[in-house]
Every structure is written in C-alpha cells, then in structure tokens.
Design a binder for this molecule. Structure first.
Ligand SMILES: Cc1ncc(COP(=O)(O)O)c(C=O)c1O
Length: 290
C-alpha cells in the first residue's frame, strides 16, 4: 500500500525544475485546483523505459489542443525531462513506475474566461507501479453498469474526474471493481478503463468517439490482435450483447488487461477468465518485455 510519505520521498518535475515532492508547491489559485481546468496522462515505465511514449504524448497534445492550451513542450523536450525524472526516482525495486503528467491553465484570479499571458502549470510525478491484484487475474473482476453521466467530450483526458470517481465508488460500494458506462443502453468504457467483449472468438470494442477515451492499451490490444490473426472489430456493444458475451475485458495502462467474470451480479459465460483473455495477456506481456 502506498502512503503519502512514500510519495513525498520522490523527486517531481514542476514548471521546469526537479524538486523533492515535499517542497513542490502550487498556488491555491491554480485553475486546476479551482476549476479542474487541465488535462493529464498516465504512462507506464517498464524496466526503466517509458512505454508507448509517442502515443501518450500525441494524446496529451490532442487533449491540450481540444481545451485550447498550446502544447508547452516538444516531444523531444518531454522525453528528456521525463527520462531524467524517472532516472531520479529509479532504484532496484522501482524499475517499473507509473508516470503522471498534469497540465493546467495556470494561476490566475478566479474567472471562467481564459487568463491572458498566463503560463500553464506543468507537473510530472513518477512513483512505483502498483502491481495488479493477482486475484483479479485468477478470479476475474466484477463490474457494474450504470448510466454515463459525464459530458460529451470523453475523448479529452480531463482532470475533472468527478463523475468517474463517483462511478468507481458506487462500484466499490456494490462490492465490484469497476463501473462500466452506458449511453443509449450501449457500453462506452469503464470509469478508468476501456472495455472489450469476446463473441465467437472475435474481440470487439466500441469505436473511438467523443463517448470514450482513446486508450493506448486499447489500441495496442487491437494492434496485437491484427498481428496475430485474432479476429477483431470496432462496433457498438449493447448491454444485452455484453450480457451474452463469452468474455469481457477491461484495459488500461495501469491494469493492463483484466478479465471481467461478473457483470451486474451475474456470471459472464462460465464465470472464469476466458482463453482469449489469457492469450492476449501473454501477447501483451511479451510485447512489453521484448
Ligand atoms: C476513462 C478512461 N478510459 C480509458 C482508460 C484507458 O486508457 P489507457 O489505456 O490509455 O490507460 C482510462 C485510463 O485511465 C480512463 O481513465
């Protein structure tokens, strides 16, 4: 279990400088704090290397441009700074890290309109990767479904995560691990994950749209399916279709690929993690460690 004090021991990147976490200070007038006016990224680090950095930085730029913040750093500069940061926090037992980047519209008197000539606040933090609970891999996860109460720009990785937080807590309160969102009775994504189903040995995930985050793990799963001749489709998934699926998976950079064996208190197929999930996880792990 990570404690706040273990976070405090780390070095963080704040507006161009590397500082101890407990000395890093941000104004209470920062628009990230006041309005949730910012975006973020989470990048896994395997064996000391940033995984799929290009894809994460492209998505970060996309999020920034969508909220009209000019990308503050080129990809080369990001790479230099992030590599320095993870090296500072690297030790024998932290070669696997999770790197969090947050960019907000900066510090200004509270007013909805964009402030003029205000630099963005840029933060990057890396800490040891939290290993997925092994029970989730042997027994599978439980998920609940619920109406998606979020806005219509879910392709932006916004730091305003209130609806996602409430959904996740509702899942935990129902003794489940994740909440899956529904729009028009169709699955869009999880509160912090993308969703796949398996039907007749084909893997299916909803197409990219403003209803879901274009997950980096989602894209890699589709790429690995294509490379390994596994049938794959991007199609809308009705709740009824999900209830009849052979398998359901969740994907994210921190959870990788997790089988869902219980959906709304009912077993998914035979209630065991499925064979295609096991195959895809093996392919994914091999890709990470190649
Ligand atoms: C809402 C949401 N959808 C999907 C994902 C998965 O994205 P990725 O695979 O890039 O981590 C996340 C990750 O945190 C998320 O928060």
């Amino acid at each position: 279990m990570k404690t706040l004090s273990s976070y405090h021991d780390a070095t963080v990147y704040l507006n161009g400088e590397f500082v101890p976490a407990n000395e890093a200070k941000i104004s209470i007038f920062d628009r990230g704090f006041v309005f949730g006016d910012g975006v973020y990224e989470v990048i896994p680090v395997y064996n000391g290397k940033l995984f799929r950095l290009k894809q994460h930085l492209e998505r970060l730029d996309h999020s920034l441009i969508n909220i009209r913040i000019a990308p503050p750093l080129s990809h080369d500069k990001w790479e230099q700074r992030l590599t320095t940061l993870i090296a500072k926090n690297l030790s024998n037992n932290t070669k696997e890290q999770s790197l969090y980047i947050q960019i907000t519209r900066g510090v200004a008197p509270r007013d909805h309109k964009f402030p003029e000539k205000t630099p963005a606040t840029i933060v990057a933090v890396s800490h040891p990767f939290t290993v997925v609970d092994p029970n989730l891999l042997t027994q599978g996860a439980a998920a609940i479904t619920m109406e998606d109460l979020r806005w219509k720009c879910c392709n932006i990785k916004s730091i305003s995560l209130l609806a996602n937080i409430l959904a996740r807590q509702q899942a935990l309160d129902s003794h489940a691990d994740e909440a899956l969102f529904l729009r028009d009775n169709h699955l869009t994504e999880g509160a912090a994950s993308n969703v796949f189903i398996v039907e007749n040995r084909s893997i299916i995930t909803p197409p990219k749209s403003a209803e879901l985050l274009p997950g980096i793990t989602r894209d890699l799963v589709l790429e690995l399916a294509a490379k390994n001749n596994i049938a794959h489709l991007e199609e809308r998934i009705s709740l009824q279709r999900a209830q009849q699926a052979d398998e359901i998976w969740l994907t994210s950079s921190t959870k990788e690929i997790i089988p869902v064996t219980v959906l709304d208190d009912k077993s998914v197929a035979n209630g065991q993690p499925g064979p295609l999930w096991a195959r895809m996880l093996t392919l994914y792990q091999a890709f990470i460690h190649q």
